[in-house]
Design a protein around this ligand. Structure first.
Ligand SMILES: [Zn+2]
Length: 100
C-alpha cells in the first residue's frame, strides 16, 4: 500500500523520533479534455450534479472549447467545412455533435 504514489509521505515527530506517516493524496481538479485548462464551476468532491454542468460536454470541455466544437459541428453539418479541417483534438467531439 505504501509503495503507491497515491499516498504522500509526511515526516512527523513522535516521542523525539521522526516517523513517516502516510496520507492519501487529494483528487486532482478536473481539466478540459482539449486545452487542459481547469474547469470552472465543477467540484471534484460530492454528488454527480456537482461534478458536471447542464451544458453539452459539461464536466469534459471548458466553455471556450465547447463553443469551438459547436461551431465546427455546425459548419461540418452544413458542408462549409470538412471533418479533416477540424483539429485532431476537437474531431472526436465534433463527430459526437454531428452524430446527434
Ligand atoms: Zn478547453
Amino acid at each position: 500500500m505504501h509503495r503507491s504514489n497515491s499516498f504522500r509521505k509526511l515526516k512527523r515527530k513522535v516521542g523525539g523520533k521522526t516517523v513517516l506517516h502516510y496520507k492519501r493524496k487529494a483528487n486532482s481538479k478536473p481539466h478540459c479534455a482539449i486545452c487542459d485548462q481547469e474547469l470552472n464551476g465543477i467540484s471534484e468532491k460530492g454528488a454527480k450534479t456537482r461534478k458536471t454542468n447542464a451544458r453539452i460536454f459539461g464536466g469534459v470541455l471548458c466553455a471556450k472549447c465547447t463553443q469551438d466544437v459547436i461551431k465546427f459541428g455546425n459548419r461540418v453539418e452544413q458542408g462549409i467545412m470538412k471533418l479533416d479541417e477540424v483539429g485532431i483534438k476537437q474531431r472526436a467531439y465534433v463527430l459526437q455533435m454531428v452524430a446527434h
